[in-house]
Design a protein around this ligand. Structure first.
Ligand code: SAM
Length: 392
């Protein structure tokens, strides 16, 4: 078979949606550093694309190309490699390429079936797979250069994956026609900020502008260095600052705040609401505010025990946060972030903006709950402009 004919056959199968996966290996010129290329179909903005994953010695790069336009990239790659192993619907194909680009094409019939619904299929497994090296996870010390999760880092890997699932679920609530503006408040060492950027920008090919903000100067400097090493450029920035003073935005699409201490979470939530964020993902951390306020003789049987009082205050705080978000036009849910066995900080407040006004019953229910606890929540005060007179 001639090289050109092989290319037509291969690109034709890809364009027809028959590709399941393929690996191009055996580089002719080791000096160029590209060791292998994995390709697989992905659905981006409702259209079939092919993701090319370029494996270099230390890093991995991704590029998504519409399925009908892969011929020239395939041609370029197949001229530089000796072997292709591909699975298509109904067949496995092995291609060997000689020095003079003579082609051996072997087909084996199989029961392979391409997935009709890629986005659905992707959700059944981890979004980030063990064994695949992700540059940010390698750089952050979670994975080895060949993709193995390092000893002691499995919990982190799972947490990052779980967070990525939340990001993936929220995609349908975000605008599709412009650069997505995303803020991560209290980003700290920024494992999750890098994960968010990697998933949206590299895996999903979305246009994003992400900012991580934290009080700690040295930590932010480290994050900037890591981002520069990974070549992430201007679309991921890290700023030193206090959430309480950060008022620079007018429109934000997603606000993330993970494990920010005490009412720093509330300051972040209030800003997200003010900026009309479509998606809010928040995992609160230590909560002291309500603990100090709790004054509920009716609950004395519980609250007499310090341990119970602390846990109750934390649960009531998150319930109040979710309810207040509901009162200002969000569909807010409290969900398990990661298994309780890993950390007690496992409640995720996930809120999608709906703009719906609350009914009278809901307002009344909130006022009664707040009254019962003797609570004066920081978030309610922060949201007073939005809540207007409804709680008067
Ligand atoms: C426990 S770490 C969490 C880091 C990261 N979000 C994560 O989940 O892995 C909490 C971070 O919030 C930051 N933080 C707390 N209060 C803050 C505030 N008012 N403004 C900015 N950052 C704050 C701390 O400096 C710390 O780095």
């Amino acid at each position: 078979m001639e090289f050109k004919e092989m290319l037509d056959e291969f690109a034709g199968r890809v364009a027809d949606g028959r590709l399941i996966k393929a690996t191009i290996s055996g580089p002719r010129r080791k000096s160029e550093g590209l060791q292998r290329v994995r390709i697989k179909p992905v659905e981006l903005r409702g259209e079939l694309h092919v993701q090319f994953e370029y494996q270099y010695e230390r890093i991995l790069k991704h590029e998504n190309i519409p399925a009908g336009e892969v011929r020239s990239e395939l041609g370029r790659l197949l001229g530089d490699f000796r072997q292709v192993q591909a699975s298509f619907t109904g067949e496995d194909v092995q291609i060997l390429l000689s020095k003079k680009l003579k082609v051996s094409w072997k087909t084996e019939r199989t029961e392979n079936a391409a997935s009709a619904d890629l986005s659905h299929d992707r959700k059944k497994k981890y979004l980030l797979e063990e064994g695949t090296p992700y540059p940010f996870l390698v750089r952050l010390g979670v994975q080895t250069p060949n993709g193995k999760v390092k000893k002691g880092k499995m919990d982190k890997f799972r947490q990052i994956n779980r967070f990525t699932e939340f990001i993936d679920d929220s995609l349908r609530h975000l605008p599709k026609d412009r650069t997505l503006r995303i803020l991560d408040f209290g980003s700290g060492k920024s494992y999750l900020t890098f994960a968010l950027y990697h998933y949206l920008k590299i895996e999903q090919g979305l246009d994003v502008q992400v900012t991580g903000l934290d009080l700690k100067k040295e930590v932010i400097e480290d994050c900037r260095q890591i981002s520069a090493d990974l070549g992430y450029g201007d679309s991921l920035e890290f700023l030193v600052g206090d959430i309480n003073d950060y008022n620079d935005e007018t429109q934000v699409d997603m606000v993330v705040t993970l494990h920010a201490c005490d009412v720093a979470t509330d300051a972040a939530l209030a800003r997200a609401v003010r900026w009309g964020a479509d998606v809010i993902l928040s995992v609160p951390c230590c909560q002291h505010e309500l603990f100090a306020q709790l004054d509920a003789p009716e609950l004395g049987v519980m609250l007499q025990h310090g341990l119970i009082k602390e846990r109750f205050a934390a649960l009531a705080t998150d319930s109040i946060r979710a309810e207040l978000l509901g009162l200002v036009g969000y569909d807010a849910q409290l969900l398990e972030f990661i298994d309780m066995e890993h950390t007690p900080k496992n409640i995720m407040i996930r809120a999608y903006r709906t703009g719906r006004k609350p009914d009278v019953q809901r307002v009344l229910r909130y006022k009664q709950f707040r009254g019962l606890l003797g609570a004066d929540p920081f978030l309610e005060r922060e949201l007073s402009g939005r809540l207007g007179d409804i709680l008067k």
